[in-house]
Design a protein around this ligand. Structure first.
Ligand code: TXA
Ligand code: MG
Length: 317
């Protein structure tokens, strides 16, 4: 199969209506999208991604009416969050209607839904007239794509079309909130910091790891092929591994202990939102170079730093 890259939503919509797959840009990461109502399309998503069938997909919708076509009810807190953060990087787990195939939710009663904030993809969904099932457009456990080029590098020849919407604004996946027994619960740390969610609906519970419902919370995920370590003390670790070929991902300032050409700065002046947007691109870039080890400087555990550290801890697992 030839993989084409372009920005023609008509071509993309036609492919989706024919139950073929299209990679789509969102404000978080690129998604691997298919018609949610087509079991054939959903099956292809699992196949191309090599994702286990017990790991459910997020359904992307372009407005509240379409949302109501696929979910049975929306709790009060969910409504507050929808108003505050969508379109945007928020995913809610809500009771699904029968029209959503069980394959999409891996048999779970809730469906993950989100209203992405990307003009091209919103226009595409309106044109196709379909909600789209879409996991991140990377092979299972590899680094998520934040540009059309990343998708091409990973899925060339496996899908017919990549809709190129530029670089992703947030670069980290959506924050996932569910409501088991009516209690607002965090299932995945993401592009919206937990503090911002709690500002709107009060203290929220952390999904416990024994009962992992979002396999995105599983240990190994988001991983480069090169060995990656997360460092609390960059200078010390650069010295410790100095007998190897080291690539460093850091922020604010370069380390003096290694040539700058072997370092990538994710941001300056503690601008961690920019760091989040650059993180996966830096990991893709470092992984394509010939290093023995990638050392990433840990972020402070506040705001978006918490989500970045979460991804780093899974990337190293
Ligand atoms: O930002 C995002 O959310 C991106 C873009 C493409 O929208 N999508 C994304 O999808 O990150 P994916 O499949 O890579 O991660 C979705 C996570 C998985 O960890 C999955 O297990 C969890 O959401 N999930 C999906 N449906 C669920 C459900 N019904 N209950 C619990 N977890 C669910
Ligand atoms: Mg993913």
């Amino acid at each position: 199969m030839i993989t084409e890259i372009g920005n023609d939503i008509h071509i993309a919509a036609e492919l989706l209506r024919a139950n073929k797959l299209v990679a789509i840009p969102t404000e978080t990461v690129y998604g691997l999208a298919g018609n949610v109502f087509s079991e054939a399309a959903v099956k292809q998503i699992f196949g191309v991604k090599q994702r286990p069938a017990n790991n459910p997909l997020i359904v992307h919708v372009h407005n509240a009416d379409i949302l109501n076509e696929i979910v049975r009810s929306v709790p009060a807190e969910a409504k507050i969050l929808l108003n505050a953060f969508t379109p945007g990087p928020l995913t809610l787990l809500l009771p699904k209607k029968n029209i959503v195939p069980d394959m999409v939710t891996a048999g779970l009663p809730d469906v993950a839904v989100r209203l992405p904030d990307h003009n091209l993809t919103l226009a595409l969904m309106a044109e196709a007239g379909l909600p789209l099932a879409a996991p991140s457009a990377n092979p299972y456990t590899y680094i998520s794509p934040t540009s059309a080029m990343h998708v091409l590098q990973m899925l060339n020849g496996k899908i017919p079309y990549i809709l190129d919407g530029g670089s992703c604004k947030f670069g980290l996946e959506s924050t996932i909130i569910g409501f088991p027994k009516g209690v607002p619960t965090l299932y995945r740390k993401g592009a919206i910091p937990i503090e911002e969610i709690e500002d709107k609906i009060g203290k929220i519970k952390l999904a416990t790891s024994e009962k992992v419902l979002a396999p995105g919370m599983h240990a190994k995920h988001y991983s480069p092929k090169t060995k990656l370590i997360v460092s609390d003390d960059l200078e010390q670790d650069i010295q410790k591994y100095s007998h190897q070929k080291i690539g460093v991902i850091t922020y604010n300032v370069y380390s003096n202990l290694l040539a700058n050409e072997h370092q990538l700065l994710l941001c300056r002046h503690d601008d961690f939102k920019t760091a989040g947007a650059n993180l996966y691109g830096a990991m893709h870039a470092m992984d394509s170079r010939d290093y023995d080890i990638i050392i990433v400087r840990k972020f402070p555990d506040t705001g978006i730093g918490i989500s970045i550290n979460d991804r780093l801890s899974r990337a190293k697992a």
